[in-house]
Design a protein around this ligand. Structure first.
Ligand SMILES: [Zn+2]
Length: 230
């Protein structure tokens, strides 16, 4: 039995419950919109619950009501506490990372790993802090970025989730870091002078230059790899 449910608020079925919808492929769907491109397909209710806790909504239905499943936003989903603890997020990430390693081209597996890595780094919160600019952002404006490029990590490094990955914002920091406009030296953000900048880029980057990254002590070796491969 699912411990996630939502109450129908209007219409002839008002007051009845909706539960996570099991799709034809036996998967549940966590999502941030009605559109299929945003769907994260998960294998079980524990995985779905973890994503709902981190801000995702879900596709839900009631088999006694003849309606198509609906997208329910996460604030309308009630989580009924379970007696048993959910599967440890570290274990879950370990197996997901193995799956992605076996099937590197799978967009849906990559997206799923990204969603769970972000959930892990957010520690159950919906708002997190960008390690580069130190500003707070809602979960869907943050990315679980690999400090050292994922494809260059060995298996042990890829599973060093706490230190290899960090929350970076989609307001600029993630791209600036990934595309090597910035790097981190001795714990501080620096400009990569080899890159071509425009006035607007200069303005954006000048706001974060010199900023102290929040996870330098624990992720130093990965920042140093990025710095020497820029
Ligand atoms: Zn940022």
């Amino acid at each position: 039995m699912s411990n996630l449910r939502a109450t129908i608020k209007r219409g002839e079925h008002k007051g009845k419950y909706l539960y996570p919808h099991k799709h034809k492929d036996n998967m549940y769907v966590a999502t941030t919109s009605r559109f299929e491109e945003d769907y994260i397909r998960v294998n079980n209710l524990d995985e779905l619950e973890a994503l709902v806790k981190s801000g995702y909504g879900a596709r839900m239905s009631n088999k006694d009501i003849d309606n198509a499943p609906s997208y329910i936003v996460h604030r309308n989903i009630e989580i009924i506490p379970k007696k048993k603890g959910i599967k440890d997020s570290q274990d879950r990430l370990n197996s997901l990372t193995d799956e992605v390693d076996l099937d590197k081209d799978s967009v849906s597996k990559n997206r799923k790993e990204q969603a769970f890595l972000r959930e892990y780094l957010l520690e159950g919160k919906e708002i997190g802090t960008c390690v580069i600019c130190s500003n707070e952002f809602p979960f869907d404006m943050l990315v679980a970025a690999h400090i050292k490029k994922r494809s260059k990590c060995n298996n042990k490094e890829r599973k060093d989730f706490k230190n290899i990955a960090a929350l970076m914002c989609k307001a600029g920091c993630d791209d600036l870091y990934e595309k090597n406009y910035i790097f981190v030296k001795e714990g501080k953000v620096e400009l990569n002078s080899k890159k071509t900048l425009t006035p607007k880029m200069n303005k954006i980057i000048s706001e974060i230059i010199g900023n102290k990254v929040l996870n330098w002590n624990t992720s130093k070796k990965y920042y140093e790899w990025h710095k020497s491969n820029k």
